[in-house]
Ligand binder design. Structure first.
Ligand SMILES: Nc1ncnc2c1ncn2[C@@H]1O[C@H](COP(=O)(O)OP(=O)(O)OP(=O)(O)O)[C@@H](O)[C@H]1O
Ligand SMILES: O=P(O)(O)OC[C@H]1O[C@H](OP(=O)(O)OP(=O)(O)O)[C@H](O)[C@@H]1O
Length: 302
Protein backbone atom coordinates (compact mmCIF):
# COMPACT_ATOMS: atom_id res chain seq x y z
CA UNK A 1 0.00 0.00 0.00
CA UNK A 2 1.31 3.46 -0.80
CA UNK A 3 0.65 6.80 0.86
CA UNK A 4 -1.60 7.99 -2.02
CA UNK A 5 -4.11 5.24 -1.37
CA UNK A 6 -4.71 6.80 2.06
CA UNK A 7 -5.42 10.22 0.53
CA UNK A 8 -8.82 11.55 1.51
CA UNK A 9 -9.47 8.68 3.90
CA UNK A 10 -10.41 9.03 7.53
CA UNK A 11 -7.78 7.26 9.69
CA UNK A 12 -9.06 5.16 12.60
CA UNK A 13 -6.50 3.71 15.08
CA UNK A 14 -7.19 0.31 16.67
CA UNK A 15 -5.03 -1.47 19.32
CA UNK A 16 -2.97 -4.01 17.39
CA UNK A 17 -2.77 -6.57 20.26
CA UNK A 18 -3.34 -6.87 23.98
CA UNK A 19 -6.46 -6.65 26.10
CA UNK A 20 -8.44 -4.27 23.89
CA UNK A 21 -7.81 -5.84 20.47
CA UNK A 22 -10.49 -8.55 20.30
CA UNK A 23 -13.29 -6.33 21.63
CA UNK A 24 -12.35 -3.69 19.05
CA UNK A 25 -12.69 -6.30 16.28
CA UNK A 26 -16.22 -7.07 17.58
CA UNK A 27 -17.10 -3.35 17.60
CA UNK A 28 -15.89 -2.89 14.02
CA UNK A 29 -17.95 -5.89 12.86
CA UNK A 30 -21.03 -4.59 14.74
CA UNK A 31 -20.60 -1.17 13.10
CA UNK A 32 -20.28 -2.86 9.65
CA UNK A 33 -16.78 -1.49 9.03
CA UNK A 34 -15.53 -4.00 6.44
CA UNK A 35 -11.85 -4.70 5.84
CA UNK A 36 -9.41 -7.50 5.19
CA UNK A 37 -6.22 -7.32 7.21
CA UNK A 38 -3.31 -8.79 5.33
CA UNK A 39 -0.80 -10.71 7.39
CA UNK A 40 1.46 -8.37 9.41
CA UNK A 41 0.16 -5.24 7.66
CA UNK A 42 -0.73 -2.51 10.16
CA UNK A 43 -2.66 -0.27 7.76
CA UNK A 44 -5.67 -1.51 5.84
CA UNK A 45 -8.31 0.11 3.69
CA UNK A 46 -11.97 -0.13 4.67
CA UNK A 47 -14.07 -1.45 1.77
CA UNK A 48 -17.37 0.29 2.44
CA UNK A 49 -16.26 3.71 3.75
CA UNK A 50 -13.58 6.25 2.75
CA UNK A 51 -11.57 5.14 5.75
CA UNK A 52 -8.42 3.21 6.68
CA UNK A 53 -7.67 1.34 9.88
CA UNK A 54 -4.25 1.70 11.49
CA UNK A 55 -3.28 -0.99 13.97
CA UNK A 56 -1.04 0.53 16.67
CA UNK A 57 0.01 -0.25 20.26
CA UNK A 58 -2.76 1.02 22.58
CA UNK A 59 -0.25 3.26 24.39
CA UNK A 60 0.71 5.10 21.16
CA UNK A 61 -2.84 5.83 20.01
CA UNK A 62 -3.44 8.95 22.22
CA UNK A 63 -0.50 10.86 20.74
CA UNK A 64 -1.27 9.89 17.12
CA UNK A 65 -4.84 11.17 17.60
CA UNK A 66 -3.78 14.10 19.82
CA UNK A 67 -1.37 15.37 17.19
CA UNK A 68 -4.08 15.06 14.53
CA UNK A 69 -2.26 12.50 12.32
CA UNK A 70 -5.08 10.04 12.99
CA UNK A 71 -8.72 11.18 13.19
CA UNK A 72 -10.33 8.57 15.45
CA UNK A 73 -9.01 5.93 17.82
CA UNK A 74 -9.86 3.39 20.48
CA UNK A 75 -7.65 3.14 23.54
CA UNK A 76 -7.75 3.12 27.36
CA UNK A 77 -8.59 6.25 29.38
CA UNK A 78 -5.49 5.43 31.47
CA UNK A 79 -3.06 5.68 28.54
CA UNK A 80 -4.57 9.02 27.42
CA UNK A 81 -3.65 10.51 30.81
CA UNK A 82 -0.26 8.73 30.84
CA UNK A 83 0.53 10.24 27.42
CA UNK A 84 -0.63 13.69 28.72
CA UNK A 85 -3.01 13.92 25.77
CA UNK A 86 -6.26 14.68 27.62
CA UNK A 87 -6.32 18.27 26.30
CA UNK A 88 -5.59 17.19 22.72
CA UNK A 89 -8.27 14.52 22.28
CA UNK A 90 -12.00 14.29 23.04
CA UNK A 91 -13.35 11.12 24.64
CA UNK A 92 -16.45 10.73 22.48
CA UNK A 93 -17.78 7.45 23.91
CA UNK A 94 -17.11 5.13 26.83
CA UNK A 95 -17.06 1.64 25.37
CA UNK A 96 -17.99 -0.53 28.38
CA UNK A 97 -14.95 -2.85 28.12
CA UNK A 98 -11.29 -2.71 29.14
CA UNK A 99 -12.44 -1.78 32.64
CA UNK A 100 -9.62 -1.80 35.17
CA UNK A 101 -8.09 0.26 37.98
CA UNK A 102 -4.55 1.61 38.29
CA UNK A 103 -3.59 0.69 41.84
CA UNK A 104 -0.71 1.04 44.26
CA UNK A 105 0.26 -2.46 45.39
CA UNK A 106 2.66 -3.78 48.04
CA UNK A 107 3.66 -7.27 49.30
CA UNK A 108 0.84 -8.67 51.43
CA UNK A 109 3.27 -10.06 54.00
CA UNK A 110 5.45 -6.94 54.35
CA UNK A 111 5.48 -4.04 56.79
CA UNK A 112 4.16 -1.41 54.34
CA UNK A 113 0.46 -0.92 55.01
CA UNK A 114 -0.31 2.48 53.49
CA UNK A 115 0.77 4.92 50.81
CA UNK A 116 2.38 7.01 53.54
CA UNK A 117 4.53 3.99 54.55
CA UNK A 118 5.57 3.51 50.91
CA UNK A 119 6.36 7.20 50.27
CA UNK A 120 10.12 7.80 49.96
CA UNK A 121 10.78 4.20 48.91
CA UNK A 122 11.12 2.55 45.44
CA UNK A 123 8.06 2.19 43.17
CA UNK A 124 8.21 0.34 39.84
CA UNK A 125 5.55 0.93 37.16
CA UNK A 126 4.72 1.15 33.44
CA UNK A 127 2.75 4.33 34.26
CA UNK A 128 5.60 6.61 35.30
CA UNK A 129 3.70 9.85 34.60
CA UNK A 130 0.59 8.93 36.58
CA UNK A 131 2.57 7.24 39.37
CA UNK A 132 4.97 10.21 39.44
CA UNK A 133 2.11 12.72 39.77
CA UNK A 134 0.44 10.61 42.45
CA UNK A 135 3.52 10.18 44.62
CA UNK A 136 4.65 13.74 44.09
CA UNK A 137 1.44 14.87 45.86
CA UNK A 138 1.99 12.32 48.65
CA UNK A 139 5.63 13.44 49.05
CA UNK A 140 4.55 17.11 49.15
CA UNK A 141 1.93 16.33 51.78
CA UNK A 142 4.54 14.48 53.89
CA UNK A 143 7.09 17.25 53.18
CA UNK A 144 9.64 14.81 51.77
CA UNK A 145 12.47 16.56 49.89
CA UNK A 146 15.46 15.57 47.71
CA UNK A 147 16.68 11.99 48.26
CA UNK A 148 13.81 11.34 50.66
CA UNK A 149 11.20 11.59 47.87
CA UNK A 150 9.65 8.48 46.29
CA UNK A 151 11.77 6.94 43.52
CA UNK A 152 9.69 5.95 40.48
CA UNK A 153 11.26 3.50 38.04
CA UNK A 154 9.81 2.53 34.62
CA UNK A 155 9.52 -1.05 33.36
CA UNK A 156 7.58 -1.96 30.22
CA UNK A 157 5.91 -5.14 31.52
CA UNK A 158 5.73 -7.85 34.21
CA UNK A 159 5.56 -5.05 36.79
CA UNK A 160 4.11 -7.45 39.35
CA UNK A 161 7.45 -9.29 39.59
CA UNK A 162 9.39 -6.20 40.74
CA UNK A 163 8.87 -6.60 44.50
CA UNK A 164 9.77 -10.31 44.54
CA UNK A 165 12.90 -9.51 42.50
CA UNK A 166 14.00 -6.94 45.07
CA UNK A 167 13.67 -4.05 42.59
CA UNK A 168 10.80 -2.30 44.34
CA UNK A 169 9.03 -1.80 47.66
CA UNK A 170 5.74 -1.27 45.84
CA UNK A 171 4.30 -1.09 42.32
CA UNK A 172 1.64 0.87 40.45
CA UNK A 173 -0.14 -1.43 37.97
CA UNK A 174 -3.52 -2.23 36.42
CA UNK A 175 -5.94 -4.54 38.20
CA UNK A 176 -9.07 -6.11 36.80
CA UNK A 177 -9.89 -9.43 38.50
CA UNK A 178 -6.96 -9.09 40.92
CA UNK A 179 -5.61 -12.54 39.90
CA UNK A 180 -2.21 -11.22 38.76
CA UNK A 181 -1.80 -9.18 41.94
CA UNK A 182 -2.74 -12.06 44.26
CA UNK A 183 -0.58 -14.56 42.38
CA UNK A 184 2.40 -12.23 42.96
CA UNK A 185 1.62 -12.02 46.73
CA UNK A 186 0.61 -8.36 46.48
CA UNK A 187 -2.41 -6.38 47.66
CA UNK A 188 -3.73 -2.93 46.76
CA UNK A 189 -3.41 -0.05 49.21
CA UNK A 190 -4.71 2.79 47.01
CA UNK A 191 -6.38 3.49 43.65
CA UNK A 192 -4.80 6.07 41.35
CA UNK A 193 -7.63 5.98 38.78
CA UNK A 194 -10.36 3.90 37.15
CA UNK A 195 -10.17 3.25 33.41
CA UNK A 196 -12.13 1.80 30.52
CA UNK A 197 -11.76 1.75 26.76
CA UNK A 198 -12.91 4.94 25.02
CA UNK A 199 -13.46 6.18 21.47
CA UNK A 200 -11.41 9.34 20.96
CA UNK A 201 -11.23 11.96 18.26
CA UNK A 202 -8.63 14.59 17.49
CA UNK A 203 -9.27 18.10 18.84
CA UNK A 204 -7.15 19.51 15.99
CA UNK A 205 -7.46 17.06 13.09
CA UNK A 206 -5.11 17.64 10.14
CA UNK A 207 -8.13 17.07 7.83
CA UNK A 208 -11.53 18.61 8.59
CA UNK A 209 -13.58 17.04 5.78
CA UNK A 210 -14.40 13.90 7.79
CA UNK A 211 -16.76 15.38 10.40
CA UNK A 212 -19.92 13.70 9.07
CA UNK A 213 -18.22 10.27 8.72
CA UNK A 214 -16.90 10.62 12.28
CA UNK A 215 -20.47 11.27 13.47
CA UNK A 216 -21.80 8.27 11.53
CA UNK A 217 -19.13 5.90 12.89
CA UNK A 218 -19.63 7.26 16.43
CA UNK A 219 -23.37 6.67 16.25
CA UNK A 220 -22.90 3.12 14.91
CA UNK A 221 -20.39 2.27 17.64
CA UNK A 222 -22.68 3.82 20.27
CA UNK A 223 -25.43 1.48 19.01
CA UNK A 224 -23.22 -1.60 19.37
CA UNK A 225 -22.14 -0.52 22.88
CA UNK A 226 -25.75 0.11 23.96
CA UNK A 227 -26.78 -3.28 22.54
CA UNK A 228 -24.25 -4.89 24.88
CA UNK A 229 -25.48 -2.86 27.84
CA UNK A 230 -29.21 -3.65 27.54
CA UNK A 231 -31.54 -6.64 27.14
CA UNK A 232 -35.22 -6.68 26.19
CA UNK A 233 -37.46 -7.98 28.96
CA UNK A 234 -40.93 -9.24 28.04
CA UNK A 235 -43.56 -10.60 30.42
CA UNK A 236 -47.27 -11.05 31.03
CA UNK A 237 -48.83 -9.29 34.01
CA UNK A 238 -52.33 -9.18 35.53
CA UNK A 239 -53.91 -5.81 34.62
CA UNK A 240 -54.20 -4.76 38.31
CA UNK A 241 -50.41 -5.21 38.85
CA UNK A 242 -49.34 -3.18 35.79
CA UNK A 243 -48.34 -0.04 37.71
CA UNK A 244 -46.13 -2.00 40.11
CA UNK A 245 -44.53 -3.95 37.25
CA UNK A 246 -43.79 -0.93 35.06
CA UNK A 247 -42.18 0.76 38.06
CA UNK A 248 -39.67 -2.14 37.95
CA UNK A 249 -39.28 -1.95 34.13
CA UNK A 250 -39.84 1.70 33.16
CA UNK A 251 -37.83 1.21 29.93
CA UNK A 252 -35.64 3.95 28.47
CA UNK A 253 -38.51 6.14 27.28
CA UNK A 254 -41.53 4.09 28.37
CA UNK A 255 -42.48 0.38 28.32
CA UNK A 256 -44.52 -1.05 25.42
CA UNK A 257 -47.83 -2.43 26.70
CA UNK A 258 -49.96 -4.74 24.53
CA UNK A 259 -53.32 -6.37 25.21
CA UNK A 260 -53.64 -10.18 25.41
CA UNK A 261 -56.73 -12.16 24.29
CA UNK A 262 -57.44 -12.62 28.01
CA UNK A 263 -58.57 -9.11 29.02
CA UNK A 264 -57.35 -9.52 32.64
CA UNK A 265 -53.73 -9.75 31.37
CA UNK A 266 -51.32 -7.44 29.56
CA UNK A 267 -47.94 -8.05 27.86
CA UNK A 268 -45.10 -5.66 28.67
CA UNK A 269 -41.83 -5.15 26.79
CA UNK A 270 -39.03 -2.86 28.02
CA UNK A 271 -35.27 -2.36 27.77
CA UNK A 272 -33.45 -3.31 30.98
CA UNK A 273 -29.78 -2.83 31.89
CA UNK A 274 -28.01 -6.18 31.62
CA UNK A 275 -26.49 -5.83 35.08
CA UNK A 276 -29.99 -5.49 36.66
CA UNK A 277 -31.53 -8.39 34.73
CA UNK A 278 -31.66 -11.03 37.51
CA UNK A 279 -32.99 -8.62 40.16
CA UNK A 280 -35.63 -7.29 37.76
CA UNK A 281 -36.82 -10.84 37.01
CA UNK A 282 -37.00 -11.64 40.76
CA UNK A 283 -39.05 -8.51 41.41
CA UNK A 284 -41.40 -9.11 38.46
CA UNK A 285 -42.14 -12.67 39.55
CA UNK A 286 -42.78 -11.47 43.13
CA UNK A 287 -45.33 -8.95 41.76
CA UNK A 288 -47.16 -11.69 39.81
CA UNK A 289 -45.56 -11.53 36.34
CA UNK A 290 -45.52 -14.75 34.30
CA UNK A 291 -43.66 -15.92 31.20
CA UNK A 292 -40.78 -13.51 31.85
CA UNK A 293 -38.45 -13.61 28.82
CA UNK A 294 -35.09 -11.93 28.25
CA UNK A 295 -33.70 -11.25 24.75
CA UNK A 296 -30.20 -10.10 23.89
CA UNK A 297 -29.83 -7.26 21.39
CA UNK A 298 -27.55 -7.68 18.37
CA UNK A 299 -27.49 -3.99 17.63
CA UNK A 300 -29.57 -0.88 18.27
CA UNK A 301 -29.83 2.90 17.99
CA UNK A 302 -31.09 4.39 21.22
N1 LIG B 1 -6.47 -6.74 32.96
C1 LIG B 1 -7.07 -5.80 32.26
N2 LIG B 1 -8.39 -5.71 32.23
C2 LIG B 1 -9.01 -4.77 31.51
N3 LIG B 1 -8.37 -3.83 30.79
C3 LIG B 1 -7.07 -3.88 30.79
C4 LIG B 1 -6.33 -4.85 31.51
N4 LIG B 1 -5.04 -4.67 31.30
C5 LIG B 1 -4.96 -3.62 30.47
N5 LIG B 1 -6.17 -3.12 30.17
C6 LIG B 1 -6.47 -1.96 29.30
O1 LIG B 1 -5.89 -2.23 28.04
C7 LIG B 1 -4.89 -1.27 27.73
C8 LIG B 1 -3.76 -1.94 27.01
O2 LIG B 1 -3.17 -2.86 27.89
P1 LIG B 1 -2.38 -4.13 27.37
O3 LIG B 1 -1.66 -4.72 28.57
O4 LIG B 1 -3.26 -4.99 26.60
O5 LIG B 1 -1.38 -3.37 26.41
P2 LIG B 1 -0.28 -3.78 25.45
O6 LIG B 1 0.98 -3.49 26.18
O7 LIG B 1 -0.56 -3.05 24.17
O8 LIG B 1 -0.46 -5.32 25.18
P3 LIG B 1 0.46 -6.52 25.70
O9 LIG B 1 0.26 -6.56 27.19
O10 LIG B 1 -0.12 -7.72 24.98
O11 LIG B 1 1.86 -6.17 25.27
C9 LIG B 1 -4.51 -0.68 29.10
O12 LIG B 1 -3.96 0.59 28.98
C10 LIG B 1 -5.83 -0.68 29.81
O13 LIG B 1 -6.61 0.44 29.42
O1 LIG C 1 -6.28 -8.18 37.63
P1 LIG C 1 -6.05 -9.07 36.43
O2 LIG C 1 -7.35 -9.55 35.83
O3 LIG C 1 -5.12 -10.20 36.73
O4 LIG C 1 -5.39 -8.16 35.27
C1 LIG C 1 -4.27 -7.38 35.54
C2 LIG C 1 -3.15 -7.66 34.60
O5 LIG C 1 -3.56 -7.41 33.26
C3 LIG C 1 -2.62 -6.57 32.61
O6 LIG C 1 -1.59 -7.29 32.04
P2 LIG C 1 -1.77 -8.30 30.81
O7 LIG C 1 -2.30 -9.61 31.29
O8 LIG C 1 -2.59 -7.62 29.74
O9 LIG C 1 -0.31 -8.54 30.31
P3 LIG C 1 0.99 -7.63 30.32
O10 LIG C 1 1.54 -7.77 31.72
O11 LIG C 1 1.84 -8.24 29.28
O12 LIG C 1 0.56 -6.22 29.98
C4 LIG C 1 -2.04 -5.74 33.76
O13 LIG C 1 -0.77 -5.20 33.44
C5 LIG C 1 -1.99 -6.73 34.91
O14 LIG C 1 -0.79 -7.43 34.94
Amino acid sequence: MNAESLDGRLLFAIPKKGRLHEKCMELLAGADIQFRRHHRLDVCLVKNHPMALVFLPAADIPSFVGKGNVDLGITGHDVILEAKMEEHVTEVLQLNFGKCALQVQVPEAGSIKSVEDLAGKRVVTSFEVLAGEYFSKVDDRLQLAGESRTKIEYVSGSVEAACALGLADGIVDLVESGDTMRAAGLHAIATVLQSEAVLIKANSPKRTEHASLINLITSRIAGVVAAGRYVICEYNIPRESLAKATAVTPGRRAPTISPLEDENWLAVSAMVEKGRMAVVMDELVAIGAEDVLIFNLDNCRV
